[in-house]
Design a protein around this ligand. Structure first.
Ligand code: C5P
Length: 313
């Protein structure tokens, strides 16, 4: 069985204060984009996991791998015998701020749930997903959604027509906890209260309107509205990796309507007018030498797909 799960970017990522459990309260607009990890699963004795593709040698092994932890958690909660061979084919950059590990966890949950016949209701899968990581529930859902809590409370938004994007992949990953810690450090001396993100605060209306209207110019304006970025983690990612400023500049110079860091980075995201503009921005980014690679994509895209059959292990 093969489960294919898309990456995510955050169009809005408002970060509130740190909670007693160490997580930050968030308000986010999640969007799935057309860059995929595939997880192949077959019967096996015990749990094993191999990986190939984009940056796979950097993946943690054994029980540190989020896909293996997902399979183990499903078995523990359902009483299923945890027997499966997992193979991850990475298309999502590792430690890139695009929920690559969370996508693998979501894929492993769906795949093992089918393989072992545990057939959990979607809501029960979502509970397990939230235990595995803040981005895993969105990865189960895909499309477009508002995220709250530490990111794990996900409310789907109505479908919209896809936009064209370019992604610039960083040379080295960034650690999500380090980026959040850097944001706290930057904010401390200013004494400013963190962004309000409580349940009464609505997601950015201008971003939602532009998405609904498929209006590229309005979306670009909304993504930069009032601050350099709708992503609060961008300042922290730039502080830890100042070279990202040159990547963002290179994309803007190539005609990107908007440029921002994805989640905790270091992947940079560029909004393009149309498909030819996206190809041009990708080529210019690659020429600029400010990133490891660039790729065009579209988003939002639907969530995971499960296919019986596929690659032999
Ligand atoms: O939930 P996940 O395991 O993906 O989070 C990784 C790390 O990112 C957390 O341990 C925490 O340091 C940080 N984080 C946070 N606030 C969030 C989500 C993640 O501080 N809402």
């Amino acid at each position: 069985m093969t489960v294919r799960v898309p990456a995510k970017v955050n169009l809005q990522l408002s970060v509130g204060r740190q909670r007693p459990d160490g997580y930050h309260e968030l308000l986010s607009i999640f969007m799935a984009v057309g860059l995929f990890d595939e997880v192949y699963v077959t019967d096996g004795e015990g749990l094993s996991c191999t990986a190939g593709g984009e940056g796979s040698s950097d993946l943690p092994g054994g029980d540190h791998n989020l896909a293996v932890r997902a399979a183990r958690l499903l078995a523990a909660r359902t009483g299923a015998v945890p027997g499966a061979r997992l193979h991850i084919n990475k298309g999502i950059p590792v430690a890139g701020g695009m929920a690559g590990g969370s996508a693998d966890a979501a894929a492993a949950l769906l795949a093992c749930d089918t393989l072992w016949g545990t057939r959990l209701a979607f809501e029960d899968l979502r509970v397990l997903a939230a235990e595995l990581g803040s981005d895993v529930p969105f990865c189960l859902a895909g499309g477009l959604a508002v995220g709250r809590g530490r990111g794990e409370i996900v409310a789907a938004l109505p479908e919209v027509r896809p936009f064209h994007w370019v992604l610039a992949l960083g040379r080295e990953g960034l650690s999500t906890p380090e980026v959040f810690a850097e944001l706290d450090r930057i904010r401390r001396p200013s004494g400013l209260p963190p962004r309000p993100v409580g349940p009464d605060v609505p997601p950015d209306a201008a971003i939602l309107r532009a998405l609904r209207d498929n209006d590229v110019a309005s979306l670009a304006a909304a993504l930069h509205n009032g601050s350099p970025s709708a992503n609060d983690l961008q300042a922290a990612a730039l502080s830890l990796r100042p070279s990202l400023a040159a990547t963002l500049r290179a994309g803007r110079r190539a005609g990107a309507c908007a440029a921002f860091v994805s989640g905790s980075g270091p992947t940079c995201v560029f909004l393009a007018e149309d498909a030819p503009a996206a190809e041009h921005i990708k080529a210019e980014l690659e020429k600029s030498g400010t990133c490891r690679a660039a790729t065009t994509t579209v988003g939002p895209v639907p969530g995971p797909t499960v296919q019986i059959g596929g690659r032999h292990l």
